[in-house]
Design a protein around this ligand. Structure first.
Ligand code: NAP
Length: 326
């Protein structure tokens, strides 16, 4: 079969589409014929050997995917012909990724392809929506009427957080560096979109919401964005710390954190049990379907152009990059 494999550490020199044998059966797994795979920055980090605890070569990257069951798991949870999506959880084996034609995947990490979704939709969705959902709900209850701020709002996690925040009845404020993307974000149904370098961002948020700050930040950008997020919180607000696109170091203003009694919460999808990932996924699909929202796919690439797909992900996105395996 064809698989995008990483055979040497440290980047594109060791990564290529290759002919390899179908992996051996693993206990608790079903064999899935992959149809589409959604790319994530963490896949790129694994290829470059900078993902903490990531697999050592040789390995197949890819955490998201959708396909059809070719061989059932021994427990009979899935049967031949079932259309499934892959949910990342604590039992995801990072070395046995989805960027290939067939893969044995843990039965407990598979869920039915939601009704009306294409394989590309199914491949684009799980990781970013599960992450966004964790970031929205970690450390407290999210209530209708709460104000949610999403940084890096045009990215995979950002778009998912915007859609879920709206579906949960919150007031969503999105930040994006690009005027064109801010315009597109308005098309998702939210009312407030700003540039992160707006010199009076706090004033603009106050004017837009009538509130002194926001209740929850889904912080996908990292670097200086983390400190800014704390400044923008209202009393008792919290930040779900998700991403590091603008840097892995950030400083936090201690006085506002103390005086507003705010909290920071690290979000890490790989810590979710398979059961909690399944439960969150069911809620996510219900919310999206009830609000007629669907995954936003920026661009699709064939499997033969996987490297170009990663380059697109690193340079510019609005939503998700998907690789069509079939
Ligand atoms: N903790 C977890 O479990 C978990 C799970 C999934 C993802 N992540 C991490 O979360 C982050 C976002 O993931 P993603 O899938 O949404 O990535 P993505 O699709 O590449 O989007 C990231 C967004 O961040 C903004 N951005 C990119 N580079 C930036 C920079 N240098 N400065 C400021 N903003 C920048 C961009 O938004 P604008 O152009 O609109 O400004 C971009 O659309 C990544 O670091 C990823 O590794 C963590």
């Amino acid at each position: 079969m064809k698989a995008f494999t990483v055979e040497a550490p440290g980047g594109w020199a060791g990564a290529a589409l290759r002919d390899v044998p179908v992996p051996e059966r693993r206990p608790g797994c079903a064999l899935v014929e992959m149809h589409a795979v959604g790319l994530n920055p963490a896949d790129n980090d694994q290829i470059f050997g900078r993902y903490p605890g990531g697999p050592q070569p040789p390995f197949i990257p890819g955490r998201d995917g959708a396909g059809v069951v070719l061989e059932a798991d021994e427990g009979g949870r899935w049967k031949i012909g079932d259309e499934v999506v892959v949910l990342q959880s604590s039992t995801t084996d990072l070395a046995h990724g989805t960027l290939c034609e067939q893969q044995w995947l843990p039965a407990e990490n598979l869920a039915p392809l939601p009704a009306g979704w294409t394989m590309a939709d199914g491949a684009a969705a799980p990781l970013v929506y599960l992450t966004a959902y964790q970031a929205l709900t970690i450390g407290g209850t999210l209530r209708p009427g709460n104000v949610v701020l999403v940084t890096g709002a045009s990215g995979g996690v950002g778009v998912a957080a915007v859609q879920l925040g709206l579906a949960l009845g919150t007031t969503v404020i999105a930040l994006s560096r690009s005027a064109e993307k801010r315009e597109r974000l308005l098309g998702l149904g939210l009312q407030h979109v700003f540039a992160p370098d707006d010199p009076d961002l706090k004033g603009a948020i106050r004017k837009a919401t009538g509130r002194r700050g926001v209740d929850v930040v889904v912080e996908t950008v990292g670097g200086p964005s983390l400190g800014q997020a704390v400044h923008l919180l209202d009393v008792g607000g919290r930040v779900g710390v998700v991403g590091v696109r603008a840097g892995i170091e950030g400083s936090v203003p201690i006085v506002p954190l103390m005086f507003k009694r705010c909290s920071l919460h690290g979000v890490l999808l790989t810590t979710e049990s398979p059961e909690s990932a399944q439960q969150a996924w069911r809620t996510i699909v219900e919310l999206l379907q009830a609000h007629h929202a669907e995954p936003i796919i920026a661009k699709r690439f064939p499997l033969t152009e996987t490297a170009a797909a990663f380059q697109q992900l690193a340079s510019d996105v609005f939503g998700k990059i998907v690789v069509d395996v079939r």
